[in-house]
Structures are given as structure tokens and as C-alpha cells.
Write a new protein. Structure first.
Lengths: 401, 401
């Protein structure tokens, strides 16, 4: 069976693991490294599909868990699948939702069979198995589906990480056996918690199952940035060079640059969209808070050098601040368009630097500049999965929105 | 001094007072009868200027009272005026805000000098005079400004209505004397409460001041529909035929048809926009609530015959319902586009019927059909201004949003 995914490396950096590539999927081609805007509930919050195109988005992410609960994956299947449902004609990747499940349903119980949980919408008791996660995603019909993995919060022990890793491999195998939709690609997810050796082991176990692409999960959940890098490094040292690697839930502009340096090809994060709705705006000059009184009478755009719709149409910082203060959703939309455009611009620039062989020095320069000084930490200024005093996984915020 | 407003009647109905006209303003021409979308805070809620154009909007309304408090009319003046501030290049009318002031600041005290009130944003004590209302609107720079009038709730006595009428005339005179912006037209506002004779008197008093256009205020505040019609009739019987008449805060599709029949040229109401945000959708077939479970799996658009962006792009009722249920603002935006398009379509159709001499029979047909069966009452299902037990004006909802 021919895989519905073709991946070609187009250039490699000589001083790091960075590379550019072209990912051909049923709904279009994606230049990598690529950033996927997060559209959890079949909409990137506040935006319509044409806004995504205008912002330069090539591929977006939706969440199988959320959509299976509302409106229901079978409803979406009956309406012709996720692409037609939301009116986005480009590639889509869906996350299986193990992470969301734990962050939204803290009383979830995990066993080898699957995850027993209560719906965060109505409290109904349900079971998500690797097979059910595949079935949901076959109903939704994205270009790329993800296996169900076992989420692991920080801190955790070697044994806990090893158990979650083993279960994730077991589930990946079951998912692969259950998956039969020929127009869809299934990715495995590397786990292994905070231990490099376990990350490498997880990668090797998944490779034995021969997935067409691999994600690295369970990062950016509260561990130090330097630790994130070495854990990612441990995985990409093992993963095959000719398959796409997707780092889940990452991150700040600086995180993306570091991730690219470690050989990552795909990213997703709520950061640009969620921050936009809170009035935090990204640019090459660093971050800006539209709430700041300094913008109250500012006639200029967010960034005069920015090519996004919001900046080019001439919306002033004063107007955006007014919309924000007045609670008008137009402001959220215009700022979301700007932040997503910035993220796409950042990735386009990184690809360009890789292609012309200058990525490493460019990356160092960026990390030493305004982007490197960006406030750290997980999106929303806290959150990620962690263990409470009773040892249960809890979460302040969901990393997908 | 040449007035910055030219109004030409282009056709008259033979069986009613309906007429079509062309209103030339500094920022463009408006075909009348026209419906103005309400953009209280310098944005028609959820929409960008290009959405307004797509929906067929010719002229929009903003609120001087709201904008003077936030971000401040002088701030907007410093940024080049309201058009540049919000990025809408077409005509704008601003309401002076007397009505909003009473509905949002119930402790307002009225005297011949003006209205003494507390800001609904921070409780600051302020005074709005006829001169200040003019000054604010000169700062904002819309094509059409409104005089400050004295709002009057229902029920009220002849004497109360007469006093409010007299004060409104007095204030109209002061506003006219204070107004000097040559690129802006100032409209007077007919009051007179629930008494036809007072409506006629108010119109005559204002005509003595020779305004380039006249609004009829204080309607649709809880009185019976039949009463609204006769009160409007009393005003348009007196008002000059060659000047535009604007009926403030009206109304349902059926209200608009009845208003046109009584010779109205301009309308504004929150109904299409506010209802859209609540999932109530207008169409020639009548109203539809997107919340209805019947739409959960409906693959078709809101109205297959509708030419709006939302219906033509193929957004299904199932998707719109999902967005509504999930609290996604994209749904509010797509539904607002639909409702505004419907209102513009309704007015375009009315103009066409007047032009071809068939308005009266068409209007009767419409009022006997789905549009005539539309739920009655003020927007939001209650509200409007009324008196509480202590005789103070109170309001459940504001008729401008």
C-alpha cells in the first residue's frame, strides 16, 4: 500500500540537525519546518479558513478528543469529514487527545486497555482506547492522525516514565493494527518522560513498528528549556532521517528555533493564538502587550515591517487596544491573524536560512536578540501537566486550545 | 454654506408614503431606504470593515456617548477621526447617546442645561450638554451627527412628553448653533412620546430650525406596533418631503416594511447583529434558531437561496450550530454576516419594489407571510426604556450594541 504521505528532504544545515523538506499530503504540500495553528474545535479560534490562508498557514491541527465529544466524529463523518465541515481545504493533522483528556478530565483512570474518563462537557463516563482513537480519526478524516499515547506529567520517576513508554508502544502497535484508512497517515509518538535513555528507547520501539512519521510528545510540560532540548536531541538522534518529526505543543519563537536546530520538522502550539486573544503580540522586535497604556494613542500598526493583513490594512495599535479594552472580538481576530503570520514568517525565514546554508549563525543571532529574551514557560504563564500532592496528573491549562 | 448632504427622491409609491432616494454624503452615496448596521464601539460587533462591504452595508452607525468615554473623542480626533480609526471608508452616522446614557446610567439627572450622569465604565460624574454632544461628534467626524435629545420612557403623561419635547427643541437649537463642522450634517430628532399631536408639534418646531435631515426618536420602546405606526405617521405627515427621515432603533423586518410605508428613509437597530450572536437567524422563510437540535446534522446552509458569504461559502447549519455550542466566535461572525446581508437584501428588495411601482402589494404580501409572523417586541426580548415604581427611567437592554 502506497502511503498517502511523501516526505523529501530538500536541504540540510551543516552545523546542526536542521533541515528543510517537502511534505506531500492528500490535501496539499507543506514546506517544513512547519508550524501548525491549533484549531481544537474545528476552528482556529476567531478565524475563518480564508484568514488562515492569508496568515500563511499551510497545515492546521484539530483535536480528535474534543470533536468526538462535540459535535461527534460520526456527525462529522456524515457531513463529509473535517475538511468539508470546517471549510479548510488544506492539510489537517488531528491529535488523538490523550493529553487533553488528562488536562480536562483529571479523574481519568489509565489501564492497559485504555483511558477511562468522564467527559468534560457532561460528565458522561467513557473509555478511550487506542482503537477508538483511530476510529475517531478515521471518521474525522484528517491527512495525519496520531496514535493514543500515555501522557506523563512532571515530576516523575524512571519507573513511571518507563511504564508510560511501554504502554505507549503497546498502544501504538494496536493503533497501527486498527488503522486502515488509506488516505490517512498515522504517526507514532515518542514518550520517555525526562530521561534521555528512555526517549531513545521509545524511538527505537516505535521505529520497529515502522511509522511514516514520528511525533515527540510530553515536552514543554514544565521541564527546563535545556532539558527539553536534550530530550528532543535524544529522540532525533535515533529517529530515521527520512521521516518527518513533529514536536508536540512547542512553543515560543525561541523554542521553535531550538527545535529546528534539533531536527524537528513540524510544530504546533496554542501560544500565538491564545496570546493574541490576551493582547500579547509577537514580532521580530520582541513581544508587545496591547494593554499597555503607551499604545492608547499610537497611530502605527503593531509592527511597521510586518506583512500581515492587520498591519498592512493599517489598523493602529490605538484601535487594537480600544477593541481589546472594549471586549470586542474583532480585536482578538485581528491580533490572532498577526501572531499567526509572525509564526509563519519565522518558519519561512528559518527555511530560507537552512536553504542558503546560514541557519546556525542566524539561529544564534536570533536567540541572542529579542526572540531569545521572550518570557519563558508554557503557554498561558503556567500550567502544563504536573502531579498534585496525591500523585495525580493535573493541569492548569490545556496546551491545545 | 453648502450642506455636505444632498438628498434626491428617485421614486415614490402611489399607494403609501414609501419612496426611494439617493443620499450623497462626504464618504459616499447611500440608496434609501437604507438600514444602518450598529457599530457602537467603532466596530459592528465581530465584523471587520470588509465584512460590512461584503454584507452590502452602505452606511453604519456608531455611538458618540460610548466613544467619548472610551477611547475618548479627542483620542479619535488625534488619530484622524472615526473613519480612519476603524478602517471603514463609507458613510457613518453617530448617535449623540442620550438614549444610551439613560439605559446605561440609570441615575442620570436631567435639567435644561443637559444630562448629569455617571460613566457606566468607571462611575465618574459627567455632564452631557447639547454643545458637548456636538463637540464630541465634531471630534469623531462622522458624515451625519445627531442632536442631543431627551429620552422618554413608556408609560408617560402628556405633560411629561410635552416637557421632553420642548427641551429637545431647545437643545436642538443650541446644538445647531454650536455645530460648525462643514463636512458634517446635523440631524434634528422628533420626540413627543406616545401622542400624535405632540409628534406633529415636535416636527414643526424642528422644521423651524431647518435641519438638513430629521430623525424620529423614542419609538419601539415598548408601545404597541400599531401605536408606533401612527406616531411615525404623525411625524412624517408634517416633515418636509425633500429631506431624509431616519427612524431610530427600528426594528424587525416587518417593522422596517411598515416604517418604509410611512415614509422612512433610514433605519438602525441592533436586531440583526445581536440576534446573530444569539444564534437567531433571519431569512425570507422566517426566523431560525441555530440552537435547535434539528440542525445538529444539517448539511445545508442557513438558507439555500441566500447570497451572503456564509451561505455561499457552504457553511452548514451543523457547523454553525457546533460553533455556537462550543462558544467559538467564528460562529457569531458568520451568523452576523448572514443577518446583516438579509437586512440589506430586504431593503434592496423594498427599493426595487418602490421603483417598479409595486411596493404596497409587496409589503402586504410580506406582512402576511413569514416576516409578518416574526416574534414581536423590542430587541433582546424585553427592555427598552420604561419607568420604575419611583418614576425613574430604567432599561433592561440598550437598543444600540
Amino acid at each position: 500500500m502506497k502511503t498517502p504521505l511523501q516526505f523529501h528532504i530538500t536541504a540540510k544545515d551543516t552545523k546542526s540537525k536542521a533541515r528543510t523538506g517537502r511534505l506531500a499530503l492528500p490535501h496539499g504540500e507543506v514546506n517544513t519546518p512547519a508550524f501548525m495553528a491549533v484549531g481544537t474545535q474545528a476552528t482556529v479560534k476567531t478565524l475563518a479558513p480564508e484568514d488562515l490562508s492569508t496568515a500563511g498557514c499551510q497545515i492546521i491541527l484539530a483535536n480528535a478528543y474534543h470533536l468526538s465529544l462535540r459535535p461527534g466524529d460520526e456527525v462529522i463523518a456524515g457531513l463529509g469529514g473535517l475538511h468539508r465541515f470546517m471549510g479548510w481545504e488544506g492539510p489537517i493533522l488531528t491529535d488523538s487527545g490523550g493529553y487533553q483528556l488528562f488536562s480536562l478530565a483529571p479523574l481519568a483512570r489509565i489501564s492497559d486497555e485504555g483511558i477511562d474518563f468522564q467527559s468534560h462537557l457532561d460528565g458522561a463516563r467513557m473509555m478511550l482506547t487506542p482503537e477508538r482513537a483511530v476510529r475517531i480519526q478515521e471518521n474525522l478524516g484528517p491527512d495525519i492522525a496520531m496514535v493514543l499515547d500515555e501522557p506523563l506529567g512532571f515530576p516523575h520517576t524512571w519507573d513511571e516514565a518507563g511504564q508510560a513508554l511501554s504502554r505507549t508502544t503497546l498502544w501504538a502497535q494496536r493503533a497501527k493494527e486498527a488503522h486502515s484508512l488509506e488516505t490517512q497517515t498515522l504517526f507514532g509518538i515518542v514518550q520517555g518522560g525526562g530521561f534521555e535513555e528512555l526517549r531513545a528507547r521509545s524511538a527505537r520501539e516505535l521505529m520497529a513498528l515502522d511509522f511514516p512519521g514520528y511525533a515527540v510528545g510530553g515536552l514543554c510540560l514544565g521541564e527546563a528549556k535545556v532539558e527539553t532540548e536534550s530530550l528532543l536531541d535524544a529522540a532525533t538522534d535515533v529517529l530515521p532521517l527520512d521521516k518527518p518529526r513533529y514536536v508536540m505543543g512547542m512553543g515560543t519563537p525561541a523554542d521553535l528555533i531550538r527545535g529546528i536546530r534539533k531536527g524537528a520538522d513540524m510544530f504546533d502550539c496554542v501560544m500565538p493564538t491564545r496570546h493574541a486573544r490576551r493582547g500579547n503580540l509577537f514580532s521580530w522586535r520582541g513581544r508587545l502587550s496591547i494593554k499597555n497604556a503607551a499604545h492608547a494613542e499610537a497611530p502605527g500598526p503593531i509592527d511597521p515591517d510586518c506583512g500581515c493583513h492587520t498591519c498592512r490594512k493599517g489598523y493602529s495599535r490605538a484601535y487594537l487596544r480600544h477593541l481589546f479594552q472594549a471586549g470586542e472580538t474583532l480585536g482578538q481576530r485581528l491580533m490572532t491573524i498577526h501572531n499567526l503570520y509572525f509564526y509563519q514568517d519565522l518558519l519561512a525565514r528559518a527555511r530560507e536560512e537552512i536553504n542558503r546554508g546560514c541557519f546556525s549563525s542566524w539561529a544564534e543571532e536570533q536567540l541572542a536578540g529579542p526572540l531569545g529574551r521572550d518570557p519563558e514557560g508554557p503557554p498561558g504563564g503556567g500550567g502544563g501537566l504536573r502531579r498534585d500532592r496525591a500523585g495525580r496528573l493535573v493541569s492548569g491549562v490545556s496546551a491545545r486550545d
